[in-house]
Design a protein around this ligand. Structure first.
Ligand code: UDP
Ligand code: MG
Length: 332
């Protein structure tokens, strides 16, 4: 029997599990990750065959060389290497679109997504009760206080203003059925906010809580600035409420201005016009122009996104790859 998902034929009983791992400059952890993940694959051997699909997101270190080495010695390993760094969201998309499995699990390379949960996830999907099993962090140990406060605020805000609910602490560590993967791939948008997409496509999801684990080696690729950008993208991708807020504020200030005008006319008629109120006027002008610029900015976010979508640029460009071909069994 062949290893992995290659050469699967229809008569083969065991389903195929694709393990998709986006990697960006992960040379220091890949060895440890591979060791762990192969142990996990061994532990579920009875239930599923595994393929390991690594996406090298334009790493500048030896990540690709390690992946090639792994692919050489283990035919379950596939890889895609991007022409530059496209970001984790593009890595996830490339991984999902090239995975051949009946089930696909997404995980980070740094072992912050403990592979020991995979058997439990697989069991939940194989029971037929769920279409997806997602992991959420129940604490944020090892993460800065300010960072986790902003993160909590983001989830709260997102829940309030967009139709899709993202569970607090939700990670990208998730196993899905082929049907759900196809639904996710049917959303070919350029600005991808995968957490929102997972929530948007629906399906029955089982949530499993786990304690935050620190990176085994290497360092996080997310700066505070990139997290802010990610959050704004998350909100703008799934909600037009900020646009409605600007219309609402516009109407509100028109009303305020109207009543102020009436009050000023009455005041002038009754008390006469003494030239005063300069500070009030300056404050109002500053406030209103600030508000207008801010709302222009909000509008700009949407215009910029539809501009980028309109260009129909590819989500990623692969420089080289070695992937398994979809066959009739896996590619429904
Ligand atoms: N990653 C990626 N492209 C990027 C940034 C990150 O593929 O531009 C990968 C990274 O290699 C890791 C995962 O995404 O496997 C999560 O990244 P990281 O551990 O830096 O994020 P954190 O766990 O700190 O949120
Ligand atoms: Mg990490």
């Amino acid at each position: 029997m062949k290893f992995g998902c290659e050469g699967k034929d229809i008569t083969m009983e065991k389903p195929c599990l694709s393990i998709v791992v986006p990697c960006y400059n992960e040379e220091s952890v890949l060895g440890a990750f591979y060791e762990e993940i192969t142990k996990t694959a061994e532990s579920i051997r009875e239930k599923a065959e595994c393929e390991f699909l690594f996406v090298d997101d334009g790493s500048a270190d030896g990540t690709l060389a390690i992946l090639k080495e792994l692919a050489e010695k283990d035919e379950r390993v596939s890889y895609i290497s991007f022409s530059r760094n496209f970001g984790k969201e593009s890595g996830i998309y490339a991984g999902l679109s090239n995975a051949v499995g009946d089930y696909v699990v997404l995980m980070d390379a740094d072992l912050q997504h403990p592979p020991c949960y995979i058997p439990e996830m697989l069991e939940a999907l194989q029971s037929g009760e769920y279409d997806s099993v997602a992991m959420r962090r129940v604490d944020r140990e090892g993460e800065g206080k300010i960072r986790s406060w902003f993160s909590r605020m983001f989830y709260k805000l997102n829940k309030k203003i967009s139709g899709v609910e993202i569970v607090e602490g939700a990670t990208d560590f998730r196993m899905m059925t082929r049907q759900m993967v196809n639904a996710v791939l049917d959303m070919p948008e350029y600005n991808r906010f995968t957490k929102g997409i997972f929530a948007w496509v629906g399906f029955r999801t089982k949530w499993i809580g786990y304690h935050n684990v620190e990176r085994v080696a290497g360092e996080t690729k997310w700066s505070f600035g990139s997290l802010v950008k990610y959050s704004i993208n998350g909100i703008v991708s799934f909600s037009t409420v900020p646009l409605a807020v600007s219309s609402f504020l516009g109407v509100l200030f028109c009303f305020v201005a109207f009543f102020m005008m009436i009050w000023l006319i009455i005041k002038t008629l009754v008390f006469g016009n003494s030239v005063s109120g300069y500070p009030t006027i300056v404050t109002l002008i500053l406030f209103m122009s600030g508000l207008q610029l801010m709302m222009f900015g909000v509008l700009g976010q949407y215009v910029a996104r539809s501009y980028m979508e309109g260009k129909h640029r590819p989500i990623y460009i692969a420089r080289e790859k070695k992937v398994k071909k979809h066959d009739s069994h896996c590619d429904q």
